[in-house]
Design a protein around this ligand. Structure first.
Ligand SMILES: [Zn+2]
Ligand SMILES: [Zn+2]
Length: 262
């Protein structure tokens, strides 16, 4: 069964999606789901990306799939925002419920929200992207308990430069550090399909995932990052084919164990 291993329902501050809507959207496509609600403590600005694991479990546990049986297609996960000195807070949070999958993300750089256009005022691409890559590599090492690193290309969604892409050739030394950190900590890498509407993005990402494989990486998760039902499962099949073409192994996590998609 194919899994969309990154979606948000109403336990995430920026999503109003109901669990029934998410399950219906995945069901019509024959996909399983991992809910990955936002836990991003000390988020700057007005957003509060926190939730109660106990309430989450009380609401959804009865829908959760059985251990090691991916045909029962719902896993309960979390997307943890990684910032310096937050590893303990994340560990403590994760210990409060038997999460199936923990994904680690970079949404914040030096206490600035990189989703906000203001962040880029007076900053050129070189300074922002090299900092982004450097922090990401450090956070993978500081948080080796995450199962998969989300959206390496998150910043490319919003960076207001002529070329907002990852540019592996230009930044390969920095990107390789992230990939080495993933391999050394035995962390999977996500293929996030949010930008897959533009097929040129596949060419942009290919050298990064090819290099991950070359350095010893094998496992990838695939996720749409859907916050609305119409985006659940979007381009997931394309991402699985992309992984296969790189000889990477698409997996999802159930009870914190990697299980191959089939
Ligand atoms: Zn994210
Ligand atoms: Zn997300």
């Amino acid at each position: 069964m194919i899994y969309d291993s990154h979606i948000h329902t109403e336990f995430s501050a920026d999503s109003e999606m109901k669990i029934a809507e998410a399950l219906a959207a995945a069901g019509t496509q024959g996909y399983g789901l991992v809910l990955t609600e936002h836990f991003d403590p000390d988020y700057p600005g007005d957003w509060v990306f926190e939730f109660s694991p106990e309430d989450y479990w009380a609401a959804y546990e009865s829908l959760r799939g059985r251990d090691d049986d991916l045909s029962s297609g719902l896993s309960l996960g979390v997307e943890c925002g990684m910032m310096p000195d937050h590893a303990k807070a994340l560990r403590d949070f994760i210990a409060r419920a038997p999460f199936d999958q923990v994904i680690g993300s970079i949404h914040i750089l030096d206490n600035g929200d990189i989703y906000e256009k203001d962040y880029y005022q007076g900053r050129d691409k070189d300074s922002v992207f090299t900092r982004y890559y450097t922090v990401m590599a450090e956070m993978v090492r500081e948080n080796p308990f995450i199962d998969t690193l989300a959206h390496i290309d998150y910043i490319c969604r919003v960076a207001p430069y002529d070329n907002p892409g990852l540019e592996y050739e230009r930044y390969h030394e920095y990107i390789d550090e992230i990939l080495r950190a993933l391999v050394e900590t035995d962390t999977a890498m996500e293929i996030n399909t949010r930008r897959f509407g533009d097929k040129a993005v596949l060419d942009e990402l290919a050298p990064v995932y090819r290099r991950f494989r070359q350095l010893g990486g094998r496992m990838v998760t695939v996720g749409s990052d859907a916050h609305t039902p119409d985006r659940v499962g979007l381009n997931i099949r394309t991402a699985v084919d992309f992984a296969d073409s790189m000889e990477l192994v698409p997996v999802t996590f159930r009870n914190r164990k990697a299980v191959k998609l089939c």
